[in-house]
Design a protein around this ligand. Structure first.
Ligand SMILES: Nc1nc2c(ncn2[C@@H]2O[C@H](COP(=O)(O)OP(=O)(O)OP(=O)(O)O)[C@@H](O)[C@H]2O)c(=O)[nH]1
Length: 509
């Protein structure tokens, strides 16, 4: 019996040792599967790269006429909205207080103010006073607009199908509009100023890519460093997640990107830093949805010289985001492409903003229609569109006010501007200007504005001044509206088209 017992004990010990051994081997194998070992390869495998940090250099800002391009933006899934509830932003200024030491515009070399800033003259809508009697619009006829024949033909011809005639408003713009004295006769007030040279839009992106260097070093280079460093254990993935969050990509986008990277690295057997880079590039570009149309609908409906209608672009956003500057920059883009532009200075909250826009107009020979400080923005906007139609310009760009004391006031006013303008013409594009440096506040603003007007495109400004270029990803996801343009500096021509591929290449360097 003793011999049998001893044998049993030995057998039990042997079995226990075998089981223990299997457990150890299994654990090591599982651990290895969670770590990706990377090694350097001889050659790059990504043949699609545009070059180090290179935007695509050949493209300019894409323009199209109204009624084409993007469809109405889809409502973003509620579950994907980011955590910005309850934050302030609209009704306030953008993050930096506007009235203390503002007017950084002095950094932009503006020309001398025209000597023809004369007293208010007349309304362009004398014959249609029903919608305009609340303001004293002043038409600043600045310089002669080039004729159709003089214009370069560097971009696609506009659509020839004019939209249906929109009747002039048949009733007063809004109840609160207070009648004013009848406007006097308009008269040309400014002699033609020499119009500035404008950098062609094609090729300027290459010149501006260096302006994204802050985001490149803290976002692109950090990610590549982490992903290409070798073993990707849980700590590494946490660092990657932190990097994405710090760059303002937002929680939802970050989770999506991390999950995709993890599964693709495992599924494709990604090993080399070059393969990692190619995968990261692909994932980031896909996240930005390159299929969205980013064309700015600023080309006229038909030929304005032959009864066509100008395109109407509303530029909205909180004061301080770069709204007026962007309107001016966009005018330059259009003029550089041979288009004629009229600027509507409907941001009547501050007289300086009106002056600023008029000066941008002078610089490119664009007429500006303006109202006095405190005038009804909707009426100024209406006058602008009316005047643009009469003079046959290609595009009317209307800069709207973004600062009111309450969110409700802002909503009311913006809605009114759009409604009143639509009595005269179709609004082709509503560009929401957001300051990339304001992070979550910018997103809160975006949501409020998109509740008020159908935003059709986003302009993200001041990307040159932030390391948080990832906000591009978040804002697009938040609104479901394409980022169409990016502001990359204070210079007059520092406005670039947004291209997912070029942007990601610039970030990854
Ligand atoms: N660095 C940088 N500065 C910019 C950019 N866009 C605008 N700015 C600056 O931001 C400041 C505010 O721009 P504005 O155009 O006056 O802003 P706004 O939203 O129109 O505000 P109001 O003029 O009050 O209506 C100015 O100093 C601009 O030069 C950009 O892309 N990069």
């Amino acid at each position: 019996m003793d011999g049998v017992t001893t044998t049993n004990v030995i057998l039990i010990i042997v079995v226990a040792l075998i089981v223990l051994g299997l457990l150890i081997v299994g654990g090591v194998a599982l651990n290895r599967r969670r770590r990706i070992s990377l090694s350097r390869s001889e050659e790059r495998t990504d043949s699609t790269e545009a070059g180090p940090g290179g935007y695509r250099t050949e493209s300019g800002i894409s323009l199209s006429s109204g009624g084409t391009g993007t469809a109405a933006p889809p409502e973003p899934p509620a579950g994907e909205r980011t955590e910005v509830e309850g934050q302030p932003g609209v009704g306030d200024d953008a993050a930096v207080p506007r009235d203390a030491e503002r007017r950084d515009i002095v950094d932009v070399p503006l020309p001398e103010q025209s000597t023809t800033e004369t007293a208010p003259t007349s309304s362009a809508t004398e014959s249609d006073t029903t919608a305009t009697e609340s303001v004293e619009p002043v038409v600043e006829s600045v310089t002669e607009i080039p004729t159709q024949d003089e214009r370069p033909t560097t971009i696609e011809p506009p659509e020839t199908t004019a939209p249906p005639e929109t009747p002039a408003p048949a009733e007063p713009a809004e109840p609160e509009a207070a009648p004013t004295a009848p406007p006097e006769q308009a008269e040309p007030t400014a002699p033609p100023e020499p119009v500035e040279e404008i950098e062609p839009t094609a090729g300027r992106l290459e010149r501006l890519r260096g302006h994204l260097s802050r985001s490149r070093s803290t976002f692109g280079q950090s990610l590549l460093g982490l992903l290409g460093a070798g073993d990707l254990d849980e700590d590494s993935w946490e660092e990657i997640e932190d990097t994405l969050l710090m760059a303002d990509l937002g929680a939802a986008t970050t989770t999506e990107i991390i999950e995709r990277l993890r599964s693709e690295i495992a599924a494709r057997g990604v090993r080399t830093p070059e393969q990692v880079r190619a995968l990261l590039r692909e994932v980031l570009i896909d996240t930005l949805d390159p299929t969205m149309s980013r064309s700015v609908r600023a080309l006229p409906h038909g030929d304005p010289a032959d009864g066509g209608k100008p395109a109407v672009v509303l530029v909205v956003g909180v004061n301080g985001t770069g709204k007026t500057t962007t309107t001016g920059k966009l005018a330059r883009v259009l003029v550089a492409d041979g288009r004629t532009v009229l600027l509507g200075a409907a941001d009547t909250f501050r007289a300086a903003a009106v002056e600023q826009l008029a000066t941008w107009g002078e610089r490119v020979g664009a007429e500006a229609v303006r109202g006095e400080e405190g005038a009804d923005p909707a009426s100024v906007a209406f006058d602008s569109v009316q005047r643009g139609s009469e003079t046959g310009v290609d595009a009317v760009l209307v800069d709207t006010a973004g600062r009111l004391h309450t969110k409700t006031g802002l909503m009311d006013e913006l809605g009114k501007v759009k409604r009143v303008v639509e009595k005269r013409a179709q609004v082709d594009e509503v560009l929401l200007v957001l300051d990339a440096t304001t992070g979550q506040n910018g997103l809160t603003q975006a949501r409020v504005f998109s509740d008020v007007v159908d935003v059709t495109g986003i302009v993200l400004t001041k990307l040159d001044g932030t390391a948080k270029g990832g906000i591009v990803f978040q804002v697009q996801r938040e609104l479901g509206v394409p980022v169409k343009l990016v502001g990359l500096g204070e210079g007059a021509d520092h406005l670039a088209p947004f291209e997912p591929e070029g942007f990601v290449d610039a970030l990854l360097g």
